[in-house]
Design a protein around this ligand. Structure first.
Ligand SMILES: NC(=O)c1ccc[n+]([C@@H]2O[C@H](COP(=O)([O-])OP(=O)(O)OC[C@H]3O[C@@H](n4cnc5c(N)ncnc54)[C@H](O)[C@@H]3O)[C@@H](O)[C@H]2O)c1
Length: 252
């Protein structure tokens, strides 16, 4: 029996990286998945996405978010889980001190990473509350520790953890579990863009590997495995957790 059989799951940021790997993994495990993303272009003709329903949605826009949730619920008659993976790093991908960080860059990262997670959760909760369900938010190790030069990103990801814990408490007796995954450095386009802005991307990658006790980046599927477990009934007593999936980064 597939562990996610019968579950209808919505994934944001589903066209790339962790969101895409999660969409594929959940489908493999029996879930009926729908993906949403600001930009569907990366999907191209990749065979792993064939037959997956994808919608264009900007998680910063409450009307688009509501329409996306409504489409999924109308299509399948229910909603069992949400994965909030849509996210952005610092637009310049450069380390900037807080006094150098523009309000525009701050608003973008808080807007997508934190307010977007709130907006999608808010729109989905009435449906999740019908029969119970799960929300999994993709935070980051940067939500657990500080990072000089990336205060907007760390604030957005720490905010996601606060939101996760508060929602977990609010819905603890209503059958909706809310958890966060805190990935370390993952082999995704977001990290490739970051490394690509360095003068020596290979050396920059090695420096990320060096600060990771396991000595390597994660593959997106390794994050997706934990997300799938959190959605599954095997995690029926887990709520309000922030689970590092970081090769030991936060064990220091
Ligand atoms: N890659 C890492 O090392 C890493 C580590 C920790 C946490 N994370 C988090 O994991 C999540 C996924 O990141 P990733 O590495 O897969 O990045 P990615 O860039 O590969 O994927 C992010 C996706 O989010 C989408 N997106 C961006 N803004 C959006 C918006 N306004 N509305 C809807 N979709 C939007 C993008 O189009 C993209 O498809 C993010 O929240 C990121 O902060 C990533």
């Amino acid at each position: 029996m597939s562990p996610l059989n019968g579950k209808v799951v919505l994934v944001t940021g589903a066209a790339s990286g962790i969101g895409a790997a999660t969409l594929v993994k959940l489908r493999e495990l029996g879930a009926t998945v729908s993906g949403g993303d600001l930009c569907l272009a990366p999907l191209g003709t990749e065979s792993r996405f064939q037959g997956v329903r994808m919608e264009t949605v900007d998680v910063r826009d409450p009307e688009q978010v509501q329409a996306f949730v409504d489409i999924v619920v109308e299509r399948h008659g229910r909603l069992d889980a949400v994965v909030n993976s849509a996210g952005v790093g610092a637009p310049s991908d450069l380390a900037l001190m807080t006094h150098e960080t523009s309000h525009r860059d701050w608003d973008l990262q808080i807007g997508v990473n934190l307010t977007g997670t709130y907006a999608v959760s808010r729109a989905a909760l009435p449906s999740l509350l019908v029969q119970g369900g799960a929300i999994v938010n993709i935070s980051s190790i940067m939500g657990l520790v500080g990072s000089a030069g990336f205060s907007a990103y760390t604030a957005s990801k720490a905010g996601v953890l606060g939101l996760t814990r508060s929602m977990a408490l609010e819905y603890a007796t209503s059958g909706v579990r809310v958890n966060a995954v805190c990935p370390g450095f993952v082999n995704t386009p977001m990290v490739h863009r970051f490394l690509g802005r360095s003068d020596d991307p290979a050396a920059a990658r090695r420096s990320l590997e060096l600060v990771t006790p396991m000595g390597r980046l994660a593959e997106p599927a390794e994050i997706a495995d934990v997300v799938a477990w959190l959605i599954s009934d095997a995690a029926s007593y887990v709520t309000g957790a922030a689970i590092p999936v970081d090769g030991g980064y936060t064990a220091f």
